[in-house]
Write a protein that binds this ligand. Structure first.
Ligand code: F6P
Length: 324
């Protein structure tokens, strides 16, 4: 391998910059050149490339977002789009890729690497923590800390006014952020896409909490919950349960920003280092992950075969037990 192309794609996540830095520096350490590909697949199609040297990644370890920028790119789903991308990649002398992103990014990388026989390693970067092959994705820990900070603040005002708050968190179809933040933030109930909690069931939980003399409450609503979002849930609950003044807070994109936590920085650095070393060892198509404390690789084929990412059932039970 002479030159690695590195890019970030899909929704940005805190820790992506730390991963870019680790890829660039590990490659340079091994006398391999690095090209930064801007805006993911969009920049690959347009040839938006830049030579990366060690100083290109100075002081980015602690920064949220991604210095390479990111995009979602429908054109890359077409063979014509991928051909344009390949022509640019070839012309730049890139002979291996490191992709940082979520499942859309990985799917694109898989198709591209098979179509043009180019080795690729994928690093899981998404706050959603919804990828097979890794206990944690980059950004998940930071996003949780952001959400918990918000919940703590909301609790202060909820307690002062005896209010019921519905707090909507991100995660797409995954309830990982909602579950973790719900447990860490001491929420009275958590609505998860994986669980299908009916509104009547939620009302029963809130009635029980009220009977236990709780004077304010927090309900976490995962954005992928089937009841249709925090506003809708709040409205439907209010129709039958109106003991509390009710407020809704949608945390939105602030969950994606901010300086990565120590955990995400170290994880990103380990993953970036590992990805480059796997390419050097001849690995041609895999994702990087962490299992327990060990960094591992999973073939892209296995990672994408659709084995569902499972929610931690024990943590769901624990969250319920904590509400007596
Ligand atoms: O995948 C990360 C994520 O933040 C999801 O949690 C959310 O559903 C989605 O991206 C939002 O995407 P966009 O920034 O394109 O609105």
């Amino acid at each position: 391998i002479q030159r690695i192309g590195v890019y970030t794609s899909g929704g940005d996540a805190p820790g992506m910059n730390a991963a870019i830095r680790a890829v660039v520096r590990t490659a340079l350490y091994n006398n391999i050149k690095v090209t930064g590909i801007y805006r993911g697949y969009e920049g690959m199609i347009e040839g938006d490339f830049k030579e990366m040297v060690s100083r290109s990644v100075s002081s980015i370890l602690q920064k949220g977002g991604t210095i390479l920028k990111s995009a979602r790119c429908p054109e890359f789903r077409t063979p014509e789009g991928r051909k344009k991308a390949y022509d640019n990649v070839k012309e730049a002398g890139i002979d291996a890729l490191v992709a940082i992103g979520g499942d859309g990014t990985f799917t694109g990388a898989d198709i591209f690497s098979k179509e043009y026989d180019i080795p690729v390693m994928c690093i899981p970067g998404t706050i959603d923590n919804d990828l097979y092959g890794s206990d944690y994705t980059l950004g998940f820990d930071t996003a949780n800390n952001t959400v918990i900070d918000a919940i703590d603040k909301i609790k202060d005002t909820a307690a002062s006014h005896n209010r019921l708050f519905f707090v909507e968190v991100m995660g797409r179809d995954s309830g990982c952020i909602a579950l973790n933040a719900g447990v860490a933030g001491g929420a009275e109930a958590i609505l998860l896409p994986e669980k299908d909690t009916a509104i009547d069931e939620l009302i029963d939980m809130l009635e029980t909490a009220k009977d236990q003399n709780k004077t304010s409450m927090i309900v976490i609503v995962a954005e992928g919950d089937k009841n249709g979002g925090a506003y809708h849930v709040a409205q439907r609950v209010n129709e039958k349960f109106d003991y509390f003044d009710t407020k809704v807070s949608i945390l939105g994109h602030l969950q994606r920003g901010g300086s990565p936590s120590s955990f995400d920085r170290v994880l990103a650095t380990r993953m970036g280092y590992f990805a480059v070393n796997e390419l050097l060892k001849g690995n041609r198509s895999a994702t990087v992950g962490i299992r327990g404390s060990k960094i591992i690789s999973t073939t892209l084929e296995e990672a994408l075969r659709g084995k569902e990412f499972k929610l931690d059932e024990e943590l769901v039970t624990i969250s319920q037990v904590m509400n007596i």
